[in-house]
Design a protein around this ligand. Sequence first.
Ligand SMILES: Nc1ncnc2c1ncn2[C@@H]1O[C@H](COP(=O)(O)OP(=O)(O)OP(=O)(O)O)[C@@H](O)[C@H]1O
Ligand SMILES: [Mg+2]
Length: 253
Amino acid sequence: MLNQHVLQTIDVTKEFKMGQVMVHALRGVSLSVNEGEFMGVIGPSGSGKSTLLGLIGGLDTPTSGQVIIDGVDITRMDEVALTRVRNEKIGFVFQFFNLVPTLTALENVELPIQFARNRQFNPTKRAKELLDLFGLKDRMRNRPSQLSGGQQQRVAIARALANNPAIVLADEPTGSLDSESGGVVMQTLRSVQRELGTAVIIVTHDPAIAAQVDRIVSLSDGLVATDHTQEQLVEAYKKTTGELKPVESAEGV
Ligand SMILES: Nc1ncnc2c1ncn2[C@@H]1O[C@H](COP(=O)(O)OP(=O)(O)OP(=O)(O)O)[C@@H](O)[C@H]1O
Ligand SMILES: [Mg+2]
């Protein structure tokens, strides 16, 4: 491969037909995400965040443009191939956890490994390791209804990682949690990136969450409006406040 991008979108558009009306959800989004990047996507409601995540994750196909995951163009894959990419390359984390209610935490995490065609791991061993890593060793036999929201989300993160994906996609992962459990979920996602080297893309409305990522892409009306690293934002902020200094020192003269 020419680069170490885990993800590239090239001029991706998505249109939805709503009766007579065409909704332009994405108008040409080009993004490159590096291996192990910890990135946030922000933007107003309806700006296309979830649509973009769905296309990146192969849940839907773009109207035009390309989506390349780990060097493989998934844009025109058939459903069978796409299902395999979703299961083996992508981990999804949703706002409302989406765990299987009748299965235990352990069984929920084992499930994607059992469905993998090229099974890399022993399902039970891998699931136990991941749940242990996220502090859920003594909760493995519990069903989702017996777990707190924060615990359920950590099980969902373990499940997302089951097949060692290249990217974890999280759409408002803390959106239904109180700030304390949300904080633990963010720490968990950070440890995924740091310790397992997985790229993590987090869609959020919450400025406190956005402040914790290394790079922030903002969408506006189906386009990338800004794309900055956290350092660039801090530098820009310093410059804004720095501009006040000559006035202050002028006062001192
Ligand atoms: N399946 C669909 N059919 C028709 N229109 C859709 C569909 N999915 C999304 N849209 C439209 O596409 C636009 C982008 O929606 P999207 O869900 O990506 O926004 P979002 O940024 O995730 O918003 P929010 O912050 O509210 O979750 C919106 O105008 C939405 O109504
Ligand atoms: Mg959304």
